[in-house]
Design a protein around this ligand. Structure first.
Ligand code: ADP
Length: 623
């Protein structure tokens, strides 16, 4: 067997296989388009089967040649029939192509005339022309489409262009017989490639089809923008869907229709041509109702008995109906109208289903987001309301504490001074017990006075307007120490400090901090003479001040509690006090935007720290 014979044999086998597959595909899923493709594939397969049978001398070869020739010459006609699904042309061209193939067969049957080479050239030339016409048609049909359909039409265009070339090679072969040895295998090879491409375009393997569809879907997903506004978000999503549906199927119009569940009235949610869908609702309600109930993707052709009339009214050949739904909700029906029949209607339907599913998912998610937003807004609103109520009640409480402590001072002063008057005026009339009782009463009144004045300080710290200024901390510290002069000398306390910075702060608040902390350091002294050191250190945008003593120290478990108002660790007998000083300090630090804490070891001493943010200018101070 020579190489050209091997090529010829392979070609025959491939063609026979491909045409058999096409016929099986038609038998499994009968449809007009599959029938037409099976005919085209047979037009290629039968001539080769015939040649093979002839070679094997199973059947009389001259009879077979006629059948083979007829099938081969009818190939352009079957291709033209397939073109009608994409771009229907004038009927007369179809008739001419069919008549041409019959004439070609008659010529073969009746003899080739006086100049066989010329006749052969004419026959193949006409075939090439007819094939080129369809190639051009498919090429035009491909433009204006997108995605999978465009890909498949491109393959068909290339394939029929290659087939045209094969016919031209046959013309050349007839004119220049010396090229026969090369031209024959080349023509066979070219035809084989073309046939395989036809096959790929019309009956691609399932995995390829899925991959194409996924690619198209991914593209749709990546181009899908989330609807912008809450109001009318369905319209925006449906707008994107109908555009994509139109491109994917090469349709003439697409829209989304919806049935109102309570009234049963149909409306157009989005459409490329409003009037077409208004007509569809007017004339095609029974079909829409059916699709709405069944929730299944379907298509109808103009040839269908009942839907045909409606399609004619709409000026379309085909419609595809796809529900846009998730498990919970049916959002609408996607309807695509095609001017012609579709080449790949099952795949179109599947693709539309995928797109509609995607759209339904977007809508579902968007609705969830909307609900979430609504909840969070409600929650925010509630929190705002509560915060406001809390702020008001805090405000009232503060005012109440201020007024109460302020007004209590006056009667207390009266009580104290009259008690003292009794003590002074009637020393003889009181026995020792009476004097002791009065001393208790005076002591109680003094403690109450201290409590009230501390409370007043606390509520003043809270209520007064802050006045931030650039302060020399050293001067503020010295002032605080001066106030405590009596206690310092009484306890023989030694106070040292680091060099102090200049900072932007509120002088009164800073005084409160130093005074309270130093006073405590002296008050809670141990047996040793008090040694107090005040430090200052700047780090990470904060000044940290510390007041360290060598006093009795605090148990670690109480280090947080001591800053709460009225919290004391000792009785009034052990150490006098009100439990307000450190609460005032905490407020003062917080009002600066800082914080306060303590570190301590029982028996060794305590260090209090408070921070104040570094501010370059007074404007940066908190409102
Ligand atoms: P007061 O001193 O009036 O009791 P404070 O709020 O100033 O109230 O202090 C709260 C508690 O913290 C005090 O009762 C005391 O037990 C403890 N405390 C504060 N400063 C020191 C200190 N420097 N050393 C040991 N304990 C202290």
């Amino acid at each position: 067997m020579s190489i050209s014979e091997i090529i010829a044999f392979n070609t025959q086998i491939i063609f026979i296989l491909l045409s058999s597959f096409a016929i099986v595909d038609y038998i499994r899923h009968p449809s007009p388009r599959r029938r037409d493709f099976a005919l085209l594939a047979s037009a290629l397969g039968i001539p080769f089967a015939v040649t093979l049978l002839g070679k094997l001398q199973i059947v009389d070869s001259s009879a077979l040649n006629i059948i083979g020739a007829f099938m081969l010459f009818s190939q352009p006609y079957f291709l033209y029939r397939l073109l009608q699904y994409v771009r229907p042309g004038p009927r007369v061209i179809g008739f001419l192509i069919l008549a041409g193939s019959v004439v070609c067969c008659l010529l073969i049957l009746l003899g080739m005339g006086p100049n066989p080479a010329l006749t052969v050239s004419l026959i193949f030339g006409c075939c090439a022309l007819a094939e080129a016409y369809s190639t051009w048609g498919f090429y035009r049909g491909m433009q204006g489409t997108a995605g999978t359909l465009r890909r498949r039409l491109r393959i068909i265009t290339i394939s029929s262009a290659i087939f045209t070339l094969a016919f031209i090679i046959n013309v050349v072969k007839a004119q220049i017989p010396t090229l026969n040895a090369v031209a024959t295998p080349v023509a066979q090879l070219v035809v084989t490639i073309s046939a395989i491409l036809f096959y790929v375009a019309f009956i691609p393997p399932r995995s390829w089809r899925r991959a194409w569809q996924m690619e198209e879907l991914t593209e749709f997903v990546s181009q899908t923008t989330l609807p912008s506004a809450n109001e009318g978000f369905t319209k925006e999503s449906f707008g994107q869907l109908i555009q994509k549906a139109l491109l994917t199927t090469n349709g003439m119009a697409s829209g989304v229709l919806k049935r109102d569940e309570t009234t049963g009235v149909w409306s157009v949610l989005a459409a490329t041509n409003d009037d077409v869908f208004a007509r569809m609702i007017q004339h095609g309600q029974p079909f829409l109702e059916q699709a709405w109930q069944q929730r299944q993707a379907t298509y109808s052709l103009v040839s269908d008995a009942s839907e045909g009339q409606l399609l004619q009214v709409l000026g379309a050949q085909t419609w595809l109906l796809v529900p846009i739904h998730t498990k919970e909700r049916l959002w609408g029906l996607l309807v695509v109208l095609l001017k012609d029949r579709s080449l790949f209607i099952d795949d179109d339907l599947r693709m539309l289903e995928l797109l509609a599913q995607q759209c339904a998912l977007v809508l579902h998610n968007y609705r969830l987001i909307g609900e979430l937003q609504q909840y969070s807004e409600q929650l925010e609103h509630k929190v705002e309301e509560r915060t406001e109520a809390l702020r008001r009640s805090n405000e009232e409480l503060r005012r109440y504490a201020y007024v109460a402590s302020h007004d209590l001072q006056e009667p207390l002063r009266t009580v104290t001074s009259y008690l003292q008057l009794i003590e002074q005026r009637y020393p003889d009339k009181l026995d020792d017990e009476g004097k002791e009782f009065i001393a208790f009463a005076v002591d109680g009144a003094v403690r109450m006075k201290n409590l009230i004045s501390d409370l007043l300080v606390y509520s003043r710290v809270e209520n007064r307007a802050r006045s931030f200024a650039l302060l020399d901390v050293e001067a503020v510290l010295n002032k605080s120490i001066l106030v405590l002069d009596a206690a310092i000398s009484e306890n023989e306390a030694r106070i040292t400090h680091d060099p102090m910075p200049k900072i932007v702060a509120d002088e009164d608040l800073l005084m409160q901090l130093f005074q309270n902390l130093i006073a405590n350091a002296i008050k809670y002294r141990s047996a040793r003479p008090p040694e107090i050191h005040i430090g200052a250190n700047c780090k990470d945008g904060f000044w940290t001040f510390s007041v360290r003593d060598n006093g009795i120290g605090i148990d670690k478990q109480f280090l947080e509690r001591i800053f709460i108002i009225f919290q004391r660790l000792h009785t009034a007998e052990e150490y006098p006090g009100t439990g307000i000083g450190l609460a005032v300090c905490r407020k003062a630090a917080e009002l600066h935007g800082g914080r306060i804490w303590a570190e301590s070891e029982v028996g060794k001493g305590t260090t209090f720290y408070f921070t104040i943010p570094v501010r370059e200018t007074v404007e940066q101070s908190p409102a």
